[in-house]
Design a protein around this ligand. Structure first.
Ligand SMILES: [Zn+2]
Ligand SMILES: [Zn+2]
Length: 659
């Protein structure tokens, strides 16, 4: 309104381009007209526009002052349009192949799109190529997407005449005052909020239908069942190929499959979301704990253990019952007292802190626990070890004064990055999650805590020279404080959130913890909650998938199998096993009366990194023939020399002497 021009001439609007240049155009000029006036080639390659950051149809009239960006189909913003347009085309293809099928909704999702159909006969796998072929025809027709505004009455009448009862419900669900838009592609049309690209041809050829699934209308199992088709689409065939390759890789690396083949763990119905660790899996788990314990010990943490169950009133006091109760397992004892399995270790650690008077000289006080926590997750959300109901955190709480926040958070950050490096994770993404709606504590405390973590994040960014990516996630913090979340990128580019650092001005005070400051006054300590692996179970699952089961020697639960070629070498094989054990290696023998090729094949499937093959000649010469997982080569070496080299290789990274 400060612009005098808008008073004098309301029929013109100012559009601002990404480079900051502006232009005055008549109100009602369409995006396409603006693009054409700049250059015909720009108009040709533009598929949509972004007005003040929101995607819009290129044919939309511009009726207010806006910043405008023209979007071409290879721009990142266009990807969701390509997928959304592809969903419309898929719906047309299905209706033309199976007349009478009703279309319901078809949104864009992560990595693709789906559309839900009401159709009597179930889809068959051989329908996929048919639908894809029809989609290719519709795309090749290259009909423009055009938009019409309909009245509710007209829309309901038209859909009623077509027998599209679900669409009538959708029309009714559109809030009063909101436009009802119909998008046409040729003769076919759909109720849709839009926007769309200029024509179906812009979708291109890089699309693929992935699978069928059952779904309920509006996700409610009391409603009719629908058939869902999932698909994906990309701007280029190259990107589609990469994506399909990543999916294949993810399947090959699936920790549930590898966990079976490597005999690490299993799940069963009676304990949903709980791991049955087998000896080898537990060895891996303990190797991780041993590693973390050494790292924490060096940083001055003290390890403790706190009760798995405590009375409900205690969790009411901590705020967990009110804010986290729906995720907590409870049990009623014969004396009718209600107990809760701990969903977090924090309140227990506060009790340990409170035991004995603490002074400012005791701070920072670092309490660590490999605590098993229990959180109810709906069964549909459970996923192998990546999402479980009972898991072990490498948890710690650091009790500090307000002045120590920055220093301690930076120390945690350095330790965290160094630990991730030891597991080969170098691409780290840190997100700051701020106050959620459901929370405890005054807003001033939240202001302070969020400011502290923002400062930490700025410092970390500065120190890393921009190598570390950061982002803000408003509303995603814990109920007692904001947090930094550390996200790792794995070998096939997937991101996993693992570590967290949370600054908490609330919990210690709620549970009556204090320390005596330098002026002999009682003060409430600030608590930092932090975990680095996060959940040991989940981290194990991530590691299995990241390494595709090919663990570095120090992590491999079974490092060596000694396999004699002939039974004459059995005694020597046992001698090798004893010597390897004495050198601290995890080793087994395979004395079965089987062909060596079969033994090698089986141990390779179980991802044993090293097979020492011994025959008569090796026994006589005190040598071993070394076979590495994934390689056909064998190298023969003296036994002592081989074991010395293997035990050097098997030394955990934190125990390697600097060379
Ligand atoms: Zn749509
Ligand atoms: Zn905690």
């Amino acid at each position: 309104m400060s612009d005098p021009r808008s008073d004098s001439n309301i029929s013109e609007v100012t559009i601002t381009f990404p480079d900051g240049k502006t232009r005055l155009v008549a109100s009602g000029t369409t995006g396409l007209e603006v693009a054409k006036s700049i250059s015909p080639s720009l108009a040709k390659r533009t598929v949509a526009m972004s007005l003040d950051g929101a995607l819009a149809d290129l044919a939309d009239p511009i009726t207010r002052d806006v910043s405008i960006k023209f979007v071409s189909r290879t721009d990142p913003e266009a990807l969701e349009l390509i997928r959304h347009d592809a969903a419309h085309v898929m719906a047309e293809a299905v209706q033309s192949l199976w007349p009478g099928t009703q279309v319901t909704i078809g949104p864009v999702i992560d990595n693709g799109f789906f559309y839900d159909f009401a159709k009597e006969q179930p889809f068959e796998p051989e329908d996929i190529p048919k639908i894809e072929k029809k989609m290719a025809e519709i795309i090749a027709r290259n009909a423009p997407f055009t938009k019409q505004f309909w009245s509710r009455e007209k829309a309901k009448q038209v859909f009623r005449d077509k027998g599209e009862t679900f669409k009538i419900e959708l029309v009714d669900a559109i809030p009063a005052g909101e436009d009802l838009k119909i998008y046409y592609q040729g003769d076919w049309f759909d109720l849709c909020r839009g926007p769309h690209m200029t024509s179906t041809g812009q979708i291109g050829r890089a699309f693929k239908l992935m699978k069928f699934a059952g779904a309920y209308w509006r996700g409610d199992s009391n409603n009719p069942q629908l058939q869902r088709i999932y698909g994906t689409a990309f701007a280029t065939e190259e990107e589609l190929k990469d994506y399909l390759h990543r999916l294949e890789e993810a399947e090959r690396r699936d920790h549930r499959k590898l966990g079976r083949e490597m005999d690490l763990f299993h799940f069963q119905e009676e304990a949903p979301g709980s791991v049955f660790w087998h000896p080898k899996g537990w060895t891996l788990f303990q190797t991780l704990i041993g590693y973390m314990r050494r790292r924490l010990d060096r940083e001055g943490y003290q390890e403790v253990n706190s009760p798995d169950m405590m009375e409900k009133h205690f969790w009411e006091l901590s705020g967990h019952w009110e804010n986290y109760g729906e995720n907590m397992f409870t049990t009623v004892l014969p004396d009718e007292r209600v107990f809760c399995c701990k969903p977090m270790n924090c309140p227990g650690h506060v009790q340990i802190f409170k035991h004995g008077l603490k002074s400012y000289r005791d701070l920072p006080l670092k309490i660590a626990e490999f605590g098993k926590v229990h959180r109810y997750e709906p069964s549909g959300a459970l996923h192998g070890m990546l999402r479980v109901r009972h898991f072990t955190q490498d948890d710690a709480h650091i009790f500090i004064t307000e002045d120590q926040i920055m220093e301690e958070c930076l120390k945690i950050n350095d330790l965290m990055l160094s630990i991730y490096n030891d597991f080969g994770f170098e691409d780290i993404f840190i997100k700051l999650s701020t106050r959620p709606e459901k929370r405890v504590g005054a807003d001033e405390l939240w202001d302070k805590a969020e400011k502290a973590l923002q400062d930490v994040l700025d410092e970390v960014t500065k120190r890393s020279n921009g190598r570390i990516r950061t982002a803000l996630q408003p509303g995603e913090g814990a109920f007692y404080g904001p947090k930094l979340e550390y996200v790792l990128k794995d070998a096939i580019g997937r991101e996993w959130q693992c570590g967290t650092t949370q600054v908490d001005f609330n919990l210690a005070g709620r549970l009556g913890a204090f320390y005596i400051d330098e002026h002999s006054q009682k003060k409430t300590p600030v608590m930092i909650h932090r975990a680095m692996f996060g959940s040991l179970e989940r981290f194990t699952g991530i590691l299995i998938e990241n390494y595709a089961g090919h663990f570095p020697l120090w992590l491999a639960p079974l490092q060596i199998v000694v396999a004699p070629i002939v039974s004459d070498a059995n005694d020597y094989a046992l001698e090798v096993v004893e010597k390897a054990k004495a050198a601290g290696l995890r080793v087994e023998s395979d004395l079965r009366n089987e062909k060596i090729n079969l033994k090698v094949r089986e141990h390779s499937l179980a991802k044993v990194p090293v097979i020492l093959v011994v025959g008569k000649r090796e026994a006589e010469e005190k040598k071993v023939s070394i076979r590495r997982l994934g390689s056909q080569d064998q190298s023969v070496m003296g036994l002592d020399e081989a074991l010395a080299s293997l035990s050097t290789e098997a030394t955990p990274p934190d125990q390697k002497k600097p060379s």
